[in-house]
Design a protein around this ligand. Structure first.
Ligand code: COI
Length: 357
């Protein structure tokens, strides 16, 4: 039955007579899981060789209960986006960077990684097979989630004997529930996201499991998310649960320096380069919470959150608001516009960041 569903789906996806777009209410997109048609699976032998990658119908995968990823968290995730251009064609944004970051994370977790070519091929095939799920121009994008997991069974703590690389996709709109409205952050002093020598600078799955408790507490108090401080001094700003943070003061843009506990975001790096190209002075350096509270504007960056303006930060019971009437600051708006224009193919991509499918 799986095989015949697959054949029907493939025939639908590649049939030139089929509509380019899924029958879906594109105006209702948020950041929720919407099942699409295909996912990509590739396994890796104990010799560390990835082979036989293939598209299969999207759905559950079988795992041994002793799989290293289930017991010891030996897993990585990536996130990137595909946008539909105004002419209907599809653009990937900086997929090489995700392939390289997955390799770095895999080295840290003693996992073999797919080559950059294998990663790119898998991403392209998965997007093309699901191309009718890439939202219309201006209505959102297709979020792509590559994963690398220790799928082999093992009892003692050690690297898994086998690995699986997976790519699935999902159409998405804005990450935060109020769309582009500035978000409200609660500073966290009790919990920390990462520590020196830990895994804060790779996209390992455990980094996300460990933030949901503080996140739930913040949401119960009406905040959008949590702002983490450094684990040694509880004073320097690190990042938010799923994104990097920037501040603007007197037209200088600053973001915390990557010192090993902060995720090296691809949007972070892109926003730094775009800001420099627009003539801003950009500094990567330690930023204290007090300095952040005194900024003119604050915004977050990430593949999921894009460029999200911050409307308020609450620290030790004091709420500091940025901007007037809950409006995004001018610099945040300018960077959001410049960044998304490249992603959507609206402005010329002089950096060579996009890959047309
Ligand atoms: C992304 O921005 O793509 C991420 O991976 C964050 C995600 C955990 C929501």
């Amino acid at each position: 039955a799986r095989r015949s569903r697959f054949s029907t789906l493939m025939a639908t996806a590649y049939n030139t007579g089929t509509p380019d777009l899924a029958d879906f209410n594109w105006d209702a997109l948020g950041f929720q899981l919407i099942p699409t048609d295909f996912m990509y699976l590739m396994s890796c032998s104990s010799e560390g060789v990835f082979t036989n990658g293939k598209l299969v119908p999207y759905g559950p995968i079988e795992l041994n209960p002793a799989a290293a990823v289930l017991n010891y968290g030996q897993g990585l995730l990536e996130g990137l986006r595909a946008h539909r251009k105004e002419d209907g064609s599809i653009l990937l944004f900086r997929p090489h960077e995700n392939a390289l970051r997955m390799k770095t994370g895999a080295d840290r977790l003693c996992m073999p990684a797919p080559s950059v070519e294998q990663f790119l091929e898998a991403v392209k095939l998965t997007v093309l097979a699901n191309k009718h799920w890439v939202p219309p121009f201006g209505k959102g994008s297709l979020y792509i989630r590559p994963q690398l997991i220790g799928s082999g069974a093992i009892l003692g703590v050690a690297p898994a004997p086998q690995y699986t690389f997976i790519v699935f996709v999902c159409p998405v709109g804005h990450y935060f529930k109020d769309g582009l409205s500035p978000i409200s952050l609660l500073t966290e002093e009790e919990y920390h996201r990462a520590a020196p020598g830990g895994t804060g600078d790779i996209k390992t799955i455990g980094n996300y499991a460990s933030v949901v408790s503080a996140q739930r507490r913040a949401k119960e108090k009406g905040h959008s998310d949590v702002l983490y401080l450094d684990p040694i001094h509880n004073k320097f700003v690190e990042e938010v649960s799923s994104c990097n943070i920037f501040m603007v003061k007197d037209n200088v843009i600053s973001t915390p320096l990557l010192t090993g506990t902060i995720l090296p975001g691809i949007t972070r790096r892109s926003v730094i380069e775009i800001s420099q190209n627009l003539g801003f002075q950009v500094e990567e350096r330690p930023i204290t919470i007090d300095e952040l509270l005194g900024a003119d504007e604050v915004f977050c960056t990430g593949t999921a959150v894009v460029v999200s303006p911050v409307g308020s930060i609450t620290y030790r019971g004091r709420r500091v608001e940025y901007g007037k009437n809950q409006e995004a600051g001018a610099v945040s708006q300018q960077l959001y516009a410049a960044f998304t224009a490249i992603q959507k193919g609206v402005t010329e991509d002089r950096m060579g960041w996009t890959l047309q499918l």
